[in-house]
Design a protein around this ligand. Sequence first.
Ligand SMILES: *Cc1c(COP(=O)(O)O)cnc(C)c1O
Length: 350
Amino acid sequence: MNYQNYILPHIWNLKPYSSARDEFKGSEGVFLDANENPIGSGNNGNNWNRYPDPMQLAIKAKLAIIKACSTDQIFLGNGSDEAIDLVMRMTCDSQKHNIIICPPTYGMYEVSASINNVAIQRVNLTNDYQLDVNGILAAINENTRLIFICSPNNPTGNKLARKDIYTILNQYHTGFVIIDEAYIDFSDETSFIQELKQFPQLIVLQTLSKAYGLASLRLGMAYANQELVKLLNKIKPPYNIGGATQEIVLEALNNTAFVKQSIDLIQVEKNKLVDEFSKIPQVIRVHPTQANFLLVNFEKAQALFDYLIDEKVITRNRSNVSLCENSIRVTVGLPNENALLIEKIKSFYL
Ligand SMILES: *Cc1c(COP(=O)(O)O)cnc(C)c1O
């Protein structure tokens, strides 16, 4: 794949901002290059007066080991949302190009396309929430630059058939396929990161916002061919990941036991919830899930959702989303939180 053909020319030719910390890499010395406050910061504790590492190399070194890839295949964004936006801006000219999304799916693909004024083609999932592969292949035209695939999918929770994803990767070489694996840690599916060599058009998104328990820090990863990662680094805001985030993430990445415990607890609680839902007659269907949430089809879903809000139990109403009619998405919480949810649902239907 000749990337130059699929990257906007002004991005391809862009001379990036060179920050002070790009020009000198050492950590020893007298730093009079970046107009920082030499005294420190006004908070108690660590000082944050120095600009952080723009390339976040310490985090990438750890992630490369965890994910069995190389550091130059990793791009770090201020949440996955930043990676989504940068990929869009790097590849899509609003006057010309389009993207394909497969609803019902994560809302940010569409929002990001709309912000960038890029045309959206929607190829709905099938009734069993799988990719409509022929529909996608038929929708691809010479101006299709991105295909977004979310697996396990949000808000449906299921994983998408791997063979369908391969079909798209094998047929589509004139743009990029973005596989969003935000929920992969809860799934029995293996990541597509190991397939990056095979498929140069592949971009894999993951995040620390879910299983890793770091949503507030905002750290999302895009794994891709090193040439694409270079381009993303070129167009990102120079210091897109703050120093505090970098420091805390580095520490948290050492605690793989916490992530595993979290996944195990959520799995147990999820099974309990499925069991409880199956005993409620007004539950029409609990969709199979490989994520840390359940999409549940209820009788009178809208009224139930409103009732739950009044009772201070906040869920996500997906009733107005096509193919999710009368469905509510519930995140698996702590045991007492899940018990309260079930109790409130039962009292609503009483
Ligand atoms: C939660 C979620 C993300 C994570 O976004 P961040 O910006 O990294 O917090 C990405 N994709 C999907 C499908 C999600 O549900």
